[in-house]
Write a protein that binds this ligand. Structure first.
Ligand code: G6Q
Length: 531
């Protein structure tokens, strides 16, 4: 990449939007929300429809957002990314300098993939996964007693944990009989101990996932797990597979039964559709379901290349986010899935979004003059309603809300109680919250007044399946990438996590007596009463 993409502040549309933001549409005005508005501000997607009538936008604002997308060449940049341009870089400064090709992992259905070489690598890894899964199914890979493996322990952290874990949780009903996955991520020894206490090691496989093969937490947890195998009289090599970068310290056939590769052009937090997620999902759900998941994501990527913002939900969601954050000054976004299965999805998006767009340097190396990514957080509804929705409705912080819902329940086990099923109650609550946030309610008692005008969107699909999960993941990944392009930041590195790692190393050195304590290390250890 030449690093000469335009920042949105240099666009004509930026001025137009700044002006329009002085008097945004008032959702709380009488009859502001009409059937016509809700129909009109509705973007139909392959899996998810995006309902955005409860945004403070008018056709004029949408036209200006379209101009912004065109002037910033958002689609061209997305296409460049998919084709293998080096976009993970900062001009004139040392940086990771890498391609950004997570989309290649699922671009396996097209006869002309955007980046053929990367897709070939993805296909080769998938073929090797398929063989591995067949060997497991047929019992050709089995334990010391010839029994099949029923449990997988997934060891990894950050991008090597959050996405896969949230997707596994989301797709539990699609699990194969007698297959279960447990995750260990935190270096807190209690995390590993809690998992090791509940599994039958003799029937357990372990997948150690680390792109670098050097992550402290993952290596420590791997050692804890391997020690548990050795203590149980089992050879850990027979039970461990790895997912790692080629020629990393974990790319070692002497230590692992099998190794699957991920490549430096796939960022950790964007790696769920690579072997990072696929090995675990393949074990749990079977190969065909992995293919469905990838198909959903591939369809999502293709849909994200549409230039018309009104027909491209990922791009539209990104631009509405920019409108809310940059122009209307909303500092946070709440992701509120009305689906218990998605209970870890906000945690995954927290990383994917905030590690990508929590930046203050532009791609040209200059300081950013506007705000970059918002704070993201969230919990499933309706639990959240009984927790923090008070602040959404009557607090002083402005929160942009993204609801996610499904017309049908995932497991189909429901009952009509007092005239409605639980799924109907769930959906009724979602729609009611969207409406209440937008229109508000006046009252003579100020404490019972709802100001309204609180922006929200609804992403609505039929049912949470491997395919719709893949689509949802790709939609959010594309949203994050588009926003990074708008703000002219490099969404693909994470230098901000380095300093803490270095200092933790120094403190550990001092604690084990290997390094002299510097005065600050000593002060912190002493204040915390750590010997
Ligand atoms: C994600 C980050 C980070 C990474 C973890 C684990 O984009 O790079 O969260 O995934 O630090 O790294 P390894 O996979 O190298 O162990």
């Amino acid at each position: 990449m030449k690093n000469n993409w335009k920042s949105m502040v240099d666009c004509k549309a930026y001025e137009t939007l700044t002006l329009l933001a002085r008097s945004p549409f008032d959702l709380s005005a009488e009859n502001a929300l009409t059937a016509e508005r809700l129909e009109r501000f509705h973007c139909k997607g392959d899996e998810f429809d995006l309902l955005y009538g409860c945004q403070r936008v008018t056709p004029e604002v949408l036209d200006a957002l379209q101009s912004l997308a065109d002037e910033c060449k958002l689609i061209e940049q997305f296409e460049h990314m998919r084709c293998g341009a080096v976009m993970n870089c900062i001009k004139n400064f040392p940086s990771e300098n890498r391609q950004v090709l997570h989309t290649a992992c699922r671009d396996i259905f097209s006869n002309s993939p955007a980046c053929e070489s990367a897709t070939e690598q993805a296909k080769a890894e998938l073929a090797s996964l398929k063989t591995f899964l067949e060997e497991l199914d047929q019992g050709r890979i089995c334990n010391e007693q010839g029994q099949r493996y029923t449990t997988l322990i997934h060891v990894g952290i950050g991008g090597s944990d959050l996405g896969p874990r949230s997707i596994y949780e989301a797709l539990l009903p699609f699990r194969q009989k007698d297959r279960v996955v447990h995750f260990i991520s935190n270096v807190d020894p209690d995390d590993a101990a809690a998992v090791l206490e509940k599994v039958d090691l003799s029937r357990s496989l372990v997948v150690v996932v680390s792109k670098s093969g050097t992550t402290l937490e993952t290596l420590s947890n791997e050692t804890l797990v391997r020690t548990a195998f050795e203590n149980a009289g089992l050879d850990s090599v027979n039970h461990c597979v790895s997912v790692t970068g080629e020629s990393s310290p974990m790319d070692n056939p002497k230590r692992y039964l099998r190794t699957f590769h991920m490549y430096d052009y796939i960022g950790g937090r964007f790696s769920s559709t690579s072997m990072v997620g696929a090995v675990m999902l393949g074990f749990a759900l079977g190969y065909e379901q992995v293919v469905d998941f990838l198909q959903g994501a591939a369809n999502g990527d293709s849909a994200a290349t549409n230039r018309d913002i009104r027909s491209n939900s990922a791009l539209l969601l990104a631009l509405l986010g920019v409108w809310n954050h940059t122009f209307l000054g909303m500092p946070t976004v709440a992701i509120l899935p009305y689906s218990q299965a998605l209970h870890r999805f906000p945690a995954h998006l927290q990383q994917c979004d905030m590690e990508s767009n929590g930046k203050s340097v532009q791609r040209n190396g200059e300081a950013l003059q506007i705000k970059s990514g918002p704070v993201l957080w969230g919990e499933p509804g309706t639990n959240g309603q009984h927790a923090f929705y008070q602040l959404l409705h009557q607090g002083t912080e402005k929160v942009a809300v993204e609801f996610i819902g499904f017309r049908k329940s995932q497991r189909g086990k429901d009952l009509k109680i007092e005239g409605s099923t639980s799924q109907q109650k769930l959906i009724a609550n979602l729609l009611a919250q969207s409406m209440a946030l937008a229109i508000g309610k006046d009252d003579v008692n100020p404490n019972k007044r709802f100001p309204g005008n609180k922006v929200n969107v609804i992403l609505m699909a039929n049912r949470l399946t491997p395919k719709s999960m893949g689509a949802l993941l790709a939609l959010y990944e594309a949203k994050i990438v588009f926003q990074g392009f708008c703000w002219n930041i490099n969404s693909f590195d994470q230098e901000g996590v380095q300093l803490g790692k270095v200092l933790a190393g120094e403190i550990l050195g001092a604690m084990s007596g290997k390094e002299d304590e510097n005065h600050l290390t000593r002060a912190f250890l002493s204040a915390a009463r750590i010997q």
